[in-house]
Design a protein around this ligand. Sequence first.
Ligand SMILES: [Zn+2]
Length: 276
Amino acid sequence: MPELPEVETIRRRLAPVLEGATIEAAEIVDPRLTRPVDPLLVADTLVGEQIVSLGRRGKYLLWRLESGRTLVVHLRMTGSLRHAPPGGDLPEDPYRRATLLLDTGARVGYRDVRRFGTWELLDEGHLGPYLATRLGPEPLSASFGAARLASLTAGRRAPIKAFLLDQRRIAGVGNIYADEALWRARIHPLRPAGALDRGEIARLHRALRAALRRGLELQGSTLRDYVTPDGDGGGMQHEFHVYGRLGEPCDRCGRPIERIVVAGRGTWLCPSCQVA
Ligand SMILES: [Zn+2]
């Protein structure tokens, strides 16, 4: 599933294509994408809208429209957005669920193999409350300091890995960057979040931001379906320290990486660097 660095990479690539353009035609062929709202109604509302800006919160892409509405796109497991420049065509694709034609002549296609992705069209004034109930702070924002992380973890008995995955605590972190951050911070994924001391919180804060920033620099990680809107893959998967590396030597101490399950998710760690 695309996480903060992947979604932000998509946003950066797509923003110059979308911003200022008007949607001339919209086709949504999968009712699951917009349910319970009729996809024809969503497509109809989109036509004629100018896209003012493309933003991001957590793993959501926010298409801010001239009318004040926002199209909120979540890629979930296998969603991806591709674009074809003016005059160009999108490749044939049996998994395309939606296509937009812009007044610039560019086309944007939404592809989703497993169909868990969502497109929600929110009326003006609804975006704030929508995000507030779903998302904690942005971990790369200037205001997200170690003290903020300490106050969020205080009293939490959930394992720190489960805490990091909970979008209501911190936005945008998923399985890959949670495991990588905990390895960097030398913290065992099963440690209760509220039991971390000040030094550990400071390490985790640094580690989480460093892992996410590195992911951004490398334009995300390509494992299955993630590609940028230009069809390129990211490079972060070549730099994983623990994620998916069962049995390979730890980059720090050489001990074989182990895999456990935390909060129902495969979790990779170094048993000597990350002690329970
Ligand atoms: Zn190690």
